[in-house]
Design a protein around this ligand. Structure first.
Ligand SMILES: Cc1ncc(COP(=O)(O)O)c(C=O)c1O
Length: 346
């Protein structure tokens, strides 16, 4: 079961990789513009799908909007791993660890078997181990670029090798939740790979986590079984309005991505000063290797109303704390508090 973090209503939220600036002001205007009738009707998606497809550079029938990418992950698991997915044995999902925890949870719910690939000590993509883990029973391979919780990248050539090894009736899922921060995408390769599905969320770079909107992208025929599983009106009228406005404000996203870059540099410097290790990240967070100071760091920051995420229970992550690096002023506040917690008694 997902270990839902306790709700925090105040303080600085750096524990869920959210956008610390929130959404574009244009999104708020769009939401204020909703009428009683808009709310009273089931939502129409056509315009939102068109805008989303144009933003991603694909055709409309290659986009399946969902209620957060989480819902897309659930659909993937149900279709690829549910009853009847593999004749003569339990269908398998290959999950390179450490990974976004819902991959494992949805695999279990769908009745699939998790084939976990342990991490390398430096968290570099474990290509040969992943290729070895793929069998004729593999129905789903989860890849995340950049990865959560490490922020590490996967090279294009490595994705190609996984696609070449996966059985023809398996789906290779590439989660690009944090792609706007790395500036890398595999979307242009979709036409060459019919069993590839890419996931995007607008929760992170576009700051729409509270609205719940994401999508699956793939060849039109590949998406058909997933369309049958995603509830008909799972994306609500507010999300439809918010998405159009958010996609229309590219300057907001570009500004935020630049804030994240500057914030990561501040976080690396702070770690160097404090003698903490870290993984260089292509996403909007940094995995800090705090070792036996991890608990003190998490608790000390929480006491100062700064919330970060202990990842110590994930494979290979003992002593690791994940910290979102968003708006520079927020990161400065976090860094000052880290110094206070770890050096306060000097
Ligand atoms: C790798 C990854 N995939 C998917 C999601 C879910 O995105 P959403 O908020 O759109 O459900 C997250 C959220 O943290 C994530 O880190």
């Amino acid at each position: 079961m997902y270990d839902r973090p306790p709700e925090v209503s105040d303080g600085l939220r750096l524990h869920l990789n959210e956008n610390t600036a929130g959404c574009s002001p244009r999104v708020l205007d769009a939401l204020r513009g909703l009428t009683a009738r808009d709310i009273g009707c089931y939502p129409g998606y056509e315009a939102a799908i068109r805008e989303c497809a144009a933003y991603l550079g694909v055709s409309d029938d290659q986009v399946l909007l969902c209620n957060g990418l989480d819902e897309g992950l659930m659909a993937l698991a149900l279709v690829c791993l549910g009853p009847g997915a593999a004749a003569g044995g339990r269908p398998e999902a290959v999950i390179p660890e450490p990974a976004f925890e819902l991959y494992r949870i949805y695999t279990d719910i769908a009745g699939g078997h998790v084939v976990a690939v342990p991490p390398r000590p430096d968290f570099r993509f474990a290509l040969s181990e992943i290729l070895e883990a793929i069998t004729p029973r593999t129905r789903l391979v989860f890849l995340t670029n950049p990865n959560n919780p490490t922020g590490t990248r996967i090279a294009r050539s490595e994705i190609h090798e996984v696609l070449a090894r996966a059985p023809a009736d398996a789906t290779v899922f590439l989660d690009e939740a944090y792609a706007d921060f790395s500036g890398e995408t595999f979307l242009d390769e979709l036409p060459r790979h019919p069993h590839l599905v890419i996931g995007r969320t607008f929760a992170k770079s576009h700051g729409l986590a509270g609205i719940r909107i994401g999508c699956l992208i793939g060849a039109a025929s590949t998406l058909l079984p997933f369309r049958r599983v995603v509830p008909v009106y799972s994306v609500n009228a507010a999300a439809v309005a918010a998405l159009g406005a958010a996609l229309g404000d590219r300057a907001h996203v570009a500004w935020y991505v630049a804030q994240v870059e500057a914030s990561k540099a501040l976080m690396y410097d702070a770690c160097d000063r404090l003698g903490l290790g870290y993984i260089v990240s292509a996403a909007n967070f940094v995995l800090v290797k705090a070792g036996d100071r991890a608990r003190a760091l998490v608790d000390g920051l929480a006491a100062r109303r700064i919330h970060v995420r202990d990842r110590g229970h994930q494979p290979g992550c003992a002593g690791c704390v994940r910290i979102a690096t968003g708006v520079v002023d927020d990161t400065r506040r976090c860094v000052a508090a880290m110094e206070d917690v770890l050096c306060g008694d000097r």
